[in-house]
Design a protein around this ligand. Structure first.
Ligand code: FES
Ligand SMILES: [Fe+2]
Length: 307
């Protein structure tokens, strides 16, 4: 828990890399969830995420570790660990210490993204990341990526989506969007009818938002230009988040400037939210009024990710 927020790091699936950032045999040192981690891809293609530090004398496996087959070899004394973190070989010892193990993490690869499952009590995944068919379709563009490091907590970023009034006063949308909220276990759905300003004038559209926990939101824009946006927000620690937006658009809609305008507008709105989030205080008992969105409902839904 950080000093700024009365929450721990949420449980769930979170993006830790894009698939193409890790070739077979590749190794990446990562720092997420307040922990040092190593991500590697076995030569056969499987991805593995482990705690970073070798149990022998503490080297960081992500700095100089080498993949050999389905194992990562420590840069310090060449102990070898498999994709589940078990030590399989100590090249200068007759016997591998039976308890030599690095803690493994559950990870998955879907929609050209590598995901890690974080749970404070080590509970195994209780849901799966959904498949987004547009990402692998030839009729849709390659993912356009945007990324920010934001000094906030996932709780606050999620709340932004249900905070109806801010759309008008922070983002300058011409109406306060109507939205229908549906809470369904770990999934939060909302449909918003918005008026967006683009370089080609104002357009009316529909935004369908589907949040799978606190780390993965799939947003579909229709009526403006068919766009799918994968929003991922990964806790770096209790007070900062690595946010990635990945857009794909129907290639048939690319001819006009509207498609690029939609992306530009979403990115502009993110840049407007950031200074508010970075400087605001989290109020457990906010003073709400009747024009506000379903903030209490959102907070109740979000509370399931903290135990
Ligand atoms: S610290 Fe890793 S093998 Fe010695
Ligand atoms: Fe916003």
């Amino acid at each position: 828990m950080s000093e700024r927020f009365p929450f721990s790091i949420p449980n769930g699936w979170f993006q830790i890399a894009y698939s193409d950032e890790l070739e077979p045999g590749g190794v990446l040192p990562l720092h997420y969830f307040g922990q040092d981690l190593v991500l590697f891809r076995a030569e056969g293609g499987e991805v593995a995420l482990l705690d970073a530090f070798c149990p022998h004398l503490g080297a960081h496996l992500g700095h100089g570790g080498v993949v050999d087959g389905d194992r990562i070899r420590c840069p310090f004394h060449a102990w070898e660990f498999d994709t589940r973190g078990a030590c399989r070989n100590v090249p200068y010892a007759r016997k591998v210490p039976p308890k030599a193990k690095v803690a493994p993490w559950n990870c998955a690869e879907r929609n050209q993204i590598i995901w890690a499952w974080h749970h404070v009590e080590g509970v195994a995944p209780t849901w799966e990341i959904p498949d987004v068919p547009e990402v692998s379709s030839d009729d849709w563009t390659a993912l356009e990526r945007h990324r920010w490091t934001v000094r906030t907590h996932n709780q606050e970023i999620g709340e932004n989506a249900v905070d109806r009034a801010h759309f008008r006063y922070v983002h300058g949308t011409t109406n306060v969007p109507e939205s229908e909220l549906e809470l369904d276990g770990h999934i939060r759905r909302a449909i918003q009818h918005v008026h967006m300003s683009t370089p080609h004038g104002e357009v009316k559209g529909r935004i369908k938002v589907e949040a799978h926990g606190m780390g993965c939101t799939i947003t579909r824009f229709t009526g403006i230009c068919e766009t799918v946006l994968l929003l991922s927000h990964t806790p770096i620690d209790g007070g900062s988040v690595d946010s990635r937006f990945s857009f794909t658009q129907r290639k048939a809609d690319q001819k006009t400037g509207v498609a690029a305008g939609v992306i530009k507008e979403v990115v502009r709105q993110m840049n407007q939210d950031i200074p508010i989030w970075e400087h605001k205080k989290y109020l457990p008992k906010p003073m709400l009024c009747d024009g506000d969105g379903p903030i209490p409902e959102y907070r109740k839904w979000a509370s399931q990710f903290y135990h």
